[in-house]
Ligand binder design. Structure first.
Ligand SMILES: CC(C)(COP(=O)(O)OP(=O)(O)OC[C@H]1O[C@@H](n2cnc3c(N)ncnc32)[C@H](O)[C@@H]1OP(=O)(O)O)[C@@H](O)C(=O)NCCC(=O)NCCS
Length: 177
């Protein structure tokens, strides 16, 4: 069965599979990649659990975090959607993370733009959000580049994060700025 997923010029999205475990384990063991995540680096057991959760989210909601590959081949990380309830409101987050070798090439903005446009074209959403550690400058730059603005600081899972958002009505026309 054909399942539409976001696409972009250089990147393709697909569901994660068991064979991706070594890539993910290596990425999640990298302290710089995990610097701003609750709990820091993840071991193999935690990485398996993370992978299983992606499949579970897909089965239940038809949206999840996807494996992100270069079109010429080679995983670079993940990008996709996480559902939240924050302060009693249902929200959809665009989330992204790349292995360190893939940083600084515009992949995160490219992938996040693809997810933004995919979501607004297909789903009835008031807005999309990103939850970002206040010191995670690279991530907040990605959020701003896709048209998000800082909405407020809030607590999620007991941690203080910046909530960036882009309203469906206010999304940029066909661009990344
Ligand atoms: C955040 C992350 C996905 C950015 O990926 P990336 O592909 O390097 O980002 P891009 O190349 O698309 O760059 C986006 C912007 O961030 C800037 N940027 C990238 N890395 C940066 C850094 N370490 N410090 C400051 N700015 C940075 C780029 O210069 C660019 O800015 P510009 O719009 O002014 O040109 C990547 O750093 C990462 O995977 N970090 C670890 C996981 C993580 O923190 N995920 C987000 C959780 S909320």
């Amino acid at each position: 069965m054909f399942v539409p997923l976001p696409t972009s010029d250089r990147l393709q999205f697909r569901l994660f599979q068991e064979a991706d475990l070594p890539f993910l384990a290596s990425m999640f063991a990298d302290e710089r990649v995990m610097q701003f995540f609750i709990g820091g680096t993840r071991d193999l057991v935690q990485t398996r659990r993370w992978l299983a959760k992606r499949q579970d989210q897909w089965n239940r909601f038809g949206r999840t975090l996807y494996a992100l590959e270069k079109k010429e081949g080679g995983l670079v990380g993940y990008c996709g959607f996480i559902r939240w309830e924050i302060d009693g409101v249902a929200e959809t987050e665009i989330a992204y993370g790349l292995a360190r070798e893939a940083w600084g090439r515009g992949y995160a903005v490219e992938a996040a733009v693809a997810c933004r446009d995919f979501a607004f074209a297909r789903w009835t959403l008031a807005r999309l959000i990103a939850l970002i550690h206040p010191e995670n400058t690279a991530s907040s730059k990605v959020a701003r580049r896709i048209g998000m603005v800082l909405d407020r600081r809030c607590r999620v899972k007991g941690v203080s994060v910046d909530l960036y958002a882009i309203d469906c009505a206010g999304r940029p026309e066909g661009g990344t700025e």
